[in-house]
Design a protein around this ligand. Sequence first.
Ligand SMILES: CC(C)(COP(=O)(O)OP(=O)(O)OC[C@H]1O[C@@H](n2cnc3c(N)ncnc32)[C@H](O)[C@@H]1OP(=O)(O)O)[C@@H](O)C(=O)NCCC(=O)NCCS
Length: 140
Amino acid sequence: MTKESAVYTAELEKLCFSAPWSEEILCETIEQSESEFFCAFVDGEFAGYAGMLCVLDEGQICNVAVCPPFRRMGVGEALMQAQRERGLARGLSIMFLEVRAGNTAAQRLYEKMGWEKVGVRRNYYSNPREDGVLYNLYLQ
Ligand SMILES: CC(C)(COP(=O)(O)OP(=O)(O)OC[C@H]1O[C@@H](n2cnc3c(N)ncnc32)[C@H](O)[C@@H]1OP(=O)(O)O)[C@@H](O)C(=O)NCCC(=O)NCCS
């Protein structure tokens, strides 16, 4: 991700999430060596992004989001595949994430990509309050 595409990413964050990352936070984060942030483009148009933060041999997917006109075209899958490949290249042994319990689309995506549901955090999310479902992907 470049600083230029952080502008589009921040707009998509606002559209999708109750606690969106700002352009400033995104720009600060992508400068850090532990971050892996990818954008997807379709015919040159910004279509979505996925972000991961890595510590030692673990990677946490912070967010993945696809712009509404580009959904159900395989963009989310391509972004998650790119993150998996970066995880392998960095020698990570595990990647993890959490997702709202009611977010069926994202959960189907993770399960299709081989992620394993490993638990639930009660009332993890606010605005609105909702459980968080935990997923792991084991790389080694
Ligand atoms: C979740 C999200 C990233 C999926 O992106 P996408 O580009 O539409 O997903 P893809 O087209 O790559 O779909 C891959 C698989 O995910 C699943 N999937 C995606 N959208 C789905 C939906 N609306 N309902 C059910 N399954 C869905 C399907 O298994 C799909 O495979 P298939 O097309 O062979 O059935 C997208 O819906 C989104 O941006 N949602 C809002 C942000 C969000 O909730 N992010 C996750 C927060 S943790």
